[in-house]
Design a protein. Structure first.
Length: 260
């Protein structure tokens, strides 16, 4: 247990020193506020840019608060995930390549403690980041468009966080299994190609981890089939646990690959 605490402190210290607790939440906050502000001030932006014909008027769609939250989550699902995964997908493979892992393996520390210390710290960074993103989106949406139901909003937040934990587990699994370049390619393929496949042919199934982000929005809208939601949530949690278990096993198997 003491070894796990030491690893946890090490990971938190590294995350603070690399400013991940500052700049990643800042990215999510900017993504969260961008859609409410851009949509509300679109005509002012166009007029400020210039080259708008005299008398030109753009008919903007009537947006409700949940539409802006959905747009913000869409930003998190693209730019936000890219930033998050690019920051952490090499968490294990880079230490193995640099020789840092060898120093850790030489101590009486379990592979499970090593893996979980990274998972917990990255999960904490993700929690702070989406909290900043949701807070920025909800704040400006409330000021410019109207309020959202707090209960449904909290459920949507927790749902999206569970999806991010799955993304973290997949990223760390790939990092434990392969070298950094291959791990990055595999992790991005699983997450983003999975989203594209689900977007194109996902109409044929209703239970999938890749649907959790959209299901969180449907919960806010009050239009969610709770059976599909719960089964998707259970599947996501189960796959997250499986990825963690396989990741620990792959870390142990690839320990000999660590640079001395």
């Amino acid at each position: 247990m003491s070894g796990f605490k030491v690893l946890l402190q090490k990971e938190y210290r590294e995350a603070w020193r690399s400013w991940k607790f500052l700049w990643i939440p800042l990215v999510f906050a900017l993504l969260g506020m961008s859609d409410p502000l851009t949509n509300y001030y679109m005509m002012d932006i166009l007029n400020a840019v210039g080259n708008v014909p005299e008398g030109f008027e753009m008919l903007m769609p009537e947006l409700v608060p949940v539409d802006l939250l959905q747009a913000s989550i869409g930003q998190f699902q693209t730019i936000g995930l890219l930033v998050m995964m690019a920051s952490f997908v090499g968490a294990i493979s880079k230490e193995r390549a640099s020789g840092m892992a060898t120093l850790l393996y030489a101590r009486p520390i379990s592979y499970g403690a090593y893996f979980m210390s990274k998972f917990i710290v990255i999960g904490t960074v993700c929690f702070v980041s989406i909290l900043a993103g949701f807070a920025a989106s909800v704040y400006y949406t409330s000021i410019l468009y109207g309020t959202l139901d707090i209960g449904a909003l909290l459920i949507s937040f927790c749902t999206y966080y569970i999806w991010l934990l799955f993304v973290i587990a997949v990223s760390l699994l790939m990092s434990a299994s392969f070298k950094t370049v291959i791990a990055t390619t595999c992790a991005f393929t699983v997450i983003f190609v999975g989203q594209i496949v689900d977007m194109i042919v996902g109409i044929f199934w209703t239970i999938s981890p890749w649907k959790l982000a959209s299901y969180g929005i449907l919960l806010v809208r009050g239009a969610m089939d709770m059976s599909d939601y719960w089964w998707s949530l259970i599947m996501t949690v189960a796959l997250t646990i499986i990825c963690i278990s396989i990741g620990i096993a792959m870390m142990k198997r690839n320990a000999s690959m660590a640079k001395i």
